[in-house]
Design a protein around this ligand. Sequence first.
Ligand code: ADP
Ligand code: MG
Length: 250
Amino acid sequence: MSTTHTDGSPVLRMESVRKTFGGSVVLRNVGLEVAPHTVTALIGASGSGKSTLLRCANLLEEIDDGAIWLDGEEITGPGVDQDAVRRRIGVVFQAYNLFPHMTVLENITLAPRRVHGVTRAEAEERAVALLERLGLGDRARAYPDRLSGGQQQRVAIVRALAVRPRLLLLDEITAALDPELVSEVLTVVRDLKNDGMTMVLATHEMGFARDVADQVCFLDGGVVLERGTAEQVFEDTQQERTRRFLRRIV
Ligand code: ADP
Ligand code: MG
């Protein structure tokens, strides 16, 4: 688990990915390269394919064509241990999905203990350290319904980090939050970036994408229509469709 990659080769690579649902094409010829320790923001209207792209990267959806690599290893080929791949990728969704009958600590230590074979003592030690880092040190014994939405979502991030993933996928993690709770979650993402975490996130928070993303991809109808640095996509927009989307949303 403690692989260090210093050669800068992509953590995640997608090539010519095609995904259909019942005959309709949802991702078309999608290519993506995510360099280590970078943040990639996926932007685009609802239904443009952001979530599907993230789900394909995590093998929650099977692609129809193309290929995906994680740390240089093709994960879409035959004979791949999909569970082993998923263990290297942390995912946080829009809804917090914490187990309501478990304390914060139990939520966080479940996967490390059950799936990764970490001892309870070590899992708890790691969990507490992460909780403290995310400003939740005093909530370890609380049940999710005692936490605010922002705190629950930060716990969900801690839970995803607890297995020390190689890559973190974040799907509109602030979309269900009251506006005043959004910034505490985005601050966590910013901190993770500063710690060198590699992330791909779908977001409607354009200010945040501009601020935190190394790479921005604009999806339109399942196609990556425009990509570049945040500066390129937001300040030097090439495509009229991107411009229209940004005008509407910003
Ligand atoms: P976004 O996250 O950008 O809003 P999605 O990836 O959720 O977009 O959806 C892209 C398109 O794929 C939409 O048209 C959506 O209706 C369709 N879609 C997503 N998941 C499924 C599914 N499981 N079955 C059928 N269609 C789906
Ligand atoms: Mg989505």
